[in-house]
Design a protein around this ligand. Structure first.
Ligand code: NAD
Length: 262
């Protein structure tokens, strides 16, 4: 499939590991130039070298905490100054901690809001004017299956990410006329460091082993295995491609069939 992404510029936050890292590699494989942020500058530096060498694309990176609005604005401004355009924005960051409702603190709620909703707002606010001038843009949020099917011990994700869906639908309505599509990708259980942390929390809470927890999850997934980060990344690249230019305001779950709603 011709994606039309060669020489486009893709911005990806939370790109140092897991789904963000796989997404960066998938855009580079399509010939897109990259601008990446995360807190771990060393991991970004290694990734940038690897992707430049493998795919011959330009890669800018910057250490940035997605909860820091000023840092996001600076990152987006620097990226635009460097490339002169911004075509794709993938909003991603770490997930909130796995906790039961009564375990959560006020600080947990404020942090989850900043990390998983406000960061998407701030990135969108910073990139949209550039995309409007180009009359072309793709904003893709990475959220979770929790937007359709709340999960145990993930009350922070279950509650806060619903706001991301409201944001996505609204931006799709407001900016479709400017050639900008806005969609949300909701991963199911996917093998990354984040999932390992979740398995450890569940194991500690239930007295089971990590492997038993993983098997319980796999039992809920019709395709009978965990997802791979590349499978989430492939869907994001497709949403950014010309093939998906008439799709906006949607949530696409990449969950091996786990969500049971019609
Ligand atoms: P991960 O923890 O492996 O990677 C998260 C990335 O975000 C890392 O690059 C990390 O450095 C970065 N990050 C974390 N906090 C940040 C901050 N404050 N500022 C900037 N960058 C920050 O997680 P993952 O598995 O790749 O998941 C990515 C997103 O998808 C998370 O929001 C997660 O909750 C969600 N998700 C993951 C799964 C799964 O099974 N892996 C399932 C559903 C949803």
């Amino acid at each position: 499939m011709e994606t039309g992404l060669r020489n486009r510029v893709a911005l990806i936050s939370g790109a140092s590991q897991g789904l963000g890292r796989a997404t960066a590699a998938a855009f580079a494989a399509e010939g897109a130039h990259l601008t990446l942020c995360a807190r771990n500058e060393q991991a970004l530096s290694q990734l940038a070298s690897e992707l430049r060498e493998r795919f011959g694309v330009q890669v800018h990176y910057q250490s940035c905490d997605a909860r820091d609005r000023t840092a996001i604005e600076t990152f987006v401004r620097n990226s635009h100054e460097l490339y002169g355009r911004l075509d794709v924005c993938v909003t991603n960051a770490g997930g909130p901690p796995a906790k039961q409702f009564l375990e959560t603190t006020q600080a947990d709620w404020e942090d989850a809001f900043a990390l998983n909703l406000r960061s998407a707002v701030d990135l969108a606010r910073a990139v949209i004017p550039h995309m409007q001038r180009q009359h072309w843009g793709r904003i893709i949020t990475i959220s979770s299956i929790t937007v359709k099917q709340p999960q145990p011990q993930l009350v922070l994700s279950n509650a806060i990410r619903a706001g991301v869906m409201g944001l996505v639908r609204t931006l799709a309505n407001d900016f479709g006329k400017d050639g900008i599509t806005v969609n949300n990708v909701g991963p199911g259980y996917t093998a990354t460091a984040r999932l390992l942390e979740l398995a450890e929390r569940r194991a500690a809470a239930t007295g089971k082993t990590n492997q038993e927890i993983e098997q319980t999850w796999i039992g809920q997934i019709p395709v009978g295995r965990l997802g791979k980060p590349e499978e989430i990344a492939g869907t994001i690249v497709w949403l950014a491609s010309e093939a998906a230019s008439f799709i906006t305001g949607q949530t696409i779950l990449v969950d091996g069939g786990m969500y049971q709603g019609l």
